[in-house]
Design a protein around this ligand. Sequence first.
Ligand code: SAM
Length: 254
Amino acid sequence: MHSISRPVTSNQPGIHEHLSEVVARHARSRFLKPISAHTQAAFEQGLEAWRASAAPLILDAGCGVGLSTLRLAARFPAHFVLGVDQSADRLSRALRWDGERPSNCLTLRADLVDFWRLMLAHQMHPQRHYLLYPNPWPKKAQLGRRWHGHPVFPTIIALGGLIECRSNWRTYVDEFGAALTQLTGKPVDTEALPDDPAGPLTPFEHKYRRSGHALWTCRLQLQATPVHATSAAAVARVAVPAGVRDNVVLPATD
Ligand SMILES: C[S@@+](CC[C@H](N)C(=O)[O-])C[C@H]1O[C@@H](n2cnc3c(N)ncnc32)[C@H](O)[C@@H]1O
């Protein structure tokens, strides 16, 4: 990934005029799309691995090739890091890693739309939750494809944890923060992402930095909220492995 990339262009000059209406609609309604079989199987594997680790969870949502999953695992050795991406091709790419690879992580191929709902139904709450450079879907008509414009957004919030979203399109982060504020009542600021002395966390971050793009981030400490019983029943089709202890939601540390 050494190509130079062009900055995001959009026919949408700022926060989408219908953002708050869309977020409110999704918060009011139930999202009952059936869970796909492949995500259900991947979820079972992830749940079991996390429980076996007995460590607080970090979710790398949309992990791409999984380099950020490894880097987060190295940065947080007392955590278990789960990287989830829908792309088998990306996840299968060989990664260069100097020295011993961290063992406190796992990457899974799954659809996050289903995976997040399964997590909530099974009280699998991340202590940290990263959405690093999600596809921006910058056309005005594509609001519904951005995570904060998607019906799954209330589930993302209900999972709790310290959530962080990064993008090279400032409007994406502004919207994500505005949607977080709308549903939590907490203020969220968009900030310029400082250069990390440890280097970029993800390949896309690396590419955008090399291309001279400004990078943006927002973070918020979320409180996990219980899933509505009916919604839980709609997605709770995964058998919890027998004999494993209940994981507790640990307070986030920064
Ligand atoms: C722009 S890439 C960023 C990858 C990585 N986070 C990085 O910064 O290098 C966005 C990633 O999100 C993944 N993605 C998009 N929608 C997804 C979904 N519904 N479920 C799982 N992964 C998804 C894509 O496959 C892609 O790898």
